[in-house]
Write a protein that binds this ligand. Structure first.
Ligand code: HEC
Length: 657
């Protein structure tokens, strides 16, 4: 009989149930014979630890569960001498013993993994997600059920520092014979499908939504460029069984708009690389899952889409990449690795497209190609062993004169509008910064850049204007501790007629939202971009479908908000502290990189050159000029401006004499 006692303390509950001669199935170590991924039947009691047992529910596909493998291995090893055993359970339908075993080897899982057929253990232990853990004591009583630790605030979110190691805490208390201080915690992870949906006929004669006819084409269009073998998505959605296994999540993540990933708010900017599903498509998924995921007539399946593995823009004019592969370690925080790629051209090169070919989609999170003419990247490279050098921040460690482009998950490479190019100065280094995610096992990557050069005459050089509080680090930006909606505003006024080509917003972990508008001299307001749910993990450049003409005198206004309260799960500091501008991930930035080209075609090749630092400074000052007249600058910015003006004057004198 299933006990329906009120929710009283666990010890109380067990004591009471023992007294009445009944123990809740969920509170004792489960019995039964299960098949191990290594073959052979395992009586669960045979793998039980002498002092304590940890059952962990794993999945071969869940990125969170995979991310915990190194931590679980370390825990199993550390506590084995104290008589603790760790056992992995796989309760996911559709993940076979063969899948489990190849996964165990691939991730070097150091403990047995057994199949929980029909998810009966998960059900009796009331476990709904991977990677939930259950800790049993010597007597086989359940003492803890929940998460491993708190490094994940939400699914799809960043990996935070561990503040509470719940599993280890519970284990230590059990071994010491103490009461577990927090016996239940919520798990952040992938749901275990506990029931296989049963397809039902639609009511009132509505047409049935089936996988073969409706859902497969929709997944092809919206999901498979990432969710395919070798793709950036953590699992494939290529056939009926895969769609069925993830059905509830597919519904949930499409209904709330988090998949396919796309951050800009509709109505703000018209972007070429937009990804989104129609309302009808989202409803079709909903109705399909509600109806029990019917498969339908397989003969109506659309032909499988063709994905190009390799250069999608064709063979590049030249390829840049590190000469040897780089090994990304299995565990820990994200890594920003910069690879220095020298170029040896006698002349400036005009780059019309950059295609990034990630070597290993499982670890490469995004890629940015910077241009270094200072030579500083060589020094940084020499000071770090192995290919490239690591920066602890999202910048390359030098002041880039320009950028060549980049890549983020799902990016489709394309060419710049006709007559436009990015200029690669002769003798420059291209520095390729790769942002790596750790997957739970060591991964090897060798990402390459395919560079396409102009075949037609170039009239406009594409440049980048950072829209940000003037002076960046010296702008005096301060986000007060605890503020949950701190506003930052800034403006620049364009000193020339330009065409905006794209925009890349950049903030760190406290960023909430960012809006950019352009107000023309005659007062017309153009909405350029609005990212409402900023996600540090999902940084992308947005390319305007058609270049946006911005007349001289147009004011670009930025409004951004930051959450420096404890309610922000990504806040790296607890308790919060005042945060200023800085390069580390736990500092902040507030920039919109606006890619632009002059409205007027260049008169000669000299005008296309990457301008010297002096010109870059002058341009920045000109953009700020009107702010000063309106008295909108902070004292710090005012000071900085004077300093720069002096510096510029000196440079001019030197250049003149
Ligand atoms: C541009 C690439 C891309 C596209 C397109 C995409 N996804 Fe994803 N998806 C990802 C990545 C990467 C993750 C891993 C989580 C993250 O980093 O945000 C993910 C995670 C998920 C998850 C959650 C898994 C987890 O536990 O975190 C679901 C469910 C999902 N995607 C479903 C879909 C569906 C359904 C579609 C199409 C309607 C889709 N995705 C389109 C890249 C993509």
């Amino acid at each position: 009989v299933r006990m329906t006692a009120p929710r009283i303390g666990l010890t109380c509950l067990i004591a009471w149930s023992l007294a009445v001669g009944e123990v809740r199935a969920a509170d004792v170590y489960p019995r039964g014979t299960l098949t191990s991924s290594q073959g052979g039947q395992t009586d669960l009691s045979g793998v039980r630890g002498a002092k304590a047992t940890v059952l962990v529910f794993l999945s071969v596909e869940c990125p969170i569960s995979n991310g915990y493998v190194p931590a679980l291995n370390a825990l199993a090893e550390k506590y084995a001498p104290q008589g603790v055993k760790v056992v992995g359970l796989n309760s996911n339908p559709g993940q076979s013993l063969r899948d489990m075993e190849s996964h165990r080897r691939e991730y070097h899982i150091g403990f047995p993994v057994v199949k929980d057929a029909g998810a009966s253990m998960a059900r009796s232990l009331e476990v709904k997600e991977c990677p939930a853990v259950c800790v049993f004591d010597e007597q086989g009583e359940l003492k803890y059920r929940g998460r491993i630790d708190d490094r994940y605030g939400r699914r799809g979110g960043p990996v935070n520092a561990v503040r509470r190691a719940d599993l280890e805490e519970a284990l230590r208390q059990v071994l010491a014979g103490d009461k577990v201080s927090q016996p239940r915690t919520e798990v952040v992870g992938c749901p275990i499908q506990l029931t296989i949906p049963k397809a039902s006929a639609p009511k009132d004669g509505a047409p049935q939504i089936t996988y073969s006819e409706h859902i497969a084409p929709l997944l092809q269009r919206n999901c498979q460029q990432c969710h395919r073998p070798g793709g950036i998505g953590p699992f494939a959605l290529m056939n009926y069984d895969q769609a069925l296994a993830w059905a509830d999540d597919i519904r949930r993540f499409t209904a709330d708009g988090s998949m396919p990933p796309w951050k800009p708010v509709e109505g703000w900017g018209d972007f070429r690389n937009r990804r989104s599903m129609s309302h009808e498509e989202i409803q079709q998924i909903d109705r399909w899952v509600q109806a029990g995921c019917p498969e339908g007539d397989r003969s109506r399946l659309p032909p499988p889409p063709q994905f190009v593995d390799g250069w999608t823009l064709g063979e590049p004019d030249f390829i840049l990449g590190p000469s040897e592969p780089y090994t990304v370690s299995s565990d820990g925080k994200d890594e920003y690795r910069c690879f220095v790629l020298p170029t040896n051209f006698d002349d400036d090169q005009y780059v019309v497209a950059l295609e990034v070919l990630p070597g290993n989609m499982r670890v490469v999170h995004h890629v940015i190609a910077f241009i270094d003419t200072s030579g500083r990247s060589n020094k940084l490279d020499a000071a770090d062993s192995g290919p490239g050098y690591t920066t602890t921040q999202a910048t390359p460690g030098f002041l880039p004169v320009s950028g060549l482009g980049g890549w983020a998950p799902g990016n489709v490479p394309d060419r710049l509008p006709d007559g436009m190019a990015k200029v690669l100065p002769k003798g420059a280094n291209v520095v390729m910064q790769v942002h790596y995610h750790k997957t739970g096992k060591a991964e090897i990557d060798q990402t390459r850049l395919g560079v396409h050069l102009a075949k037609k005459p170039i009239e406009r050089a594409v440049r980048v204007l950072p829209v940000m509080p003037f002076g960046g680090p010296l702008s005096g930006m301060e986000i007060p501790a605890g503020a949950d909606h701190h506003e930052i505003r800034c403006s620049v006024t364009l000193p020339v007629d330009m065409q905006a080509i794209g925009v890349t917003p950049h903030m760190h972990l406290l960023g909430k939202d960012m809006q950019l508008t352009a107000t023309s001299p005659d007062g017309r307001v153009e909405r350029l971009l609005y990212v409402k749910n900023w996600d540090f993990n999902w940084q992308e450049g947005y390319k305007f479908r058609r270049p946006v003409a911005l007349a001289r005198g147009t004011r670009i206004d930025m409004v951004a908000h930051f959450d420096n309260s404890t309610a922000n799960q990504n806040n790296p500091r607890n308790p919060p502290e005042v945060v200023g501008w800085g390069e580390q991930t736990f500092d902040e930035m507030c920039i919109a990189f606006l890619e632009w080209a002059p409205q007027q075609p260049a008169k000669d090749r000299a005008e296309l050159k990457v301008p010297p630092t002096r010109e870059v400074l002058r341009f920045m000052l000109e953009c700020q000029g009107p702010n000063r007249r309106d008295g909108k600058m902070t004292p710090q910015a005012e000071f900085l401006m004077k300093l720069l003006e002096k510096r510029l004057k000196k440079m001019d004198e030197e250049a003149g004499g």
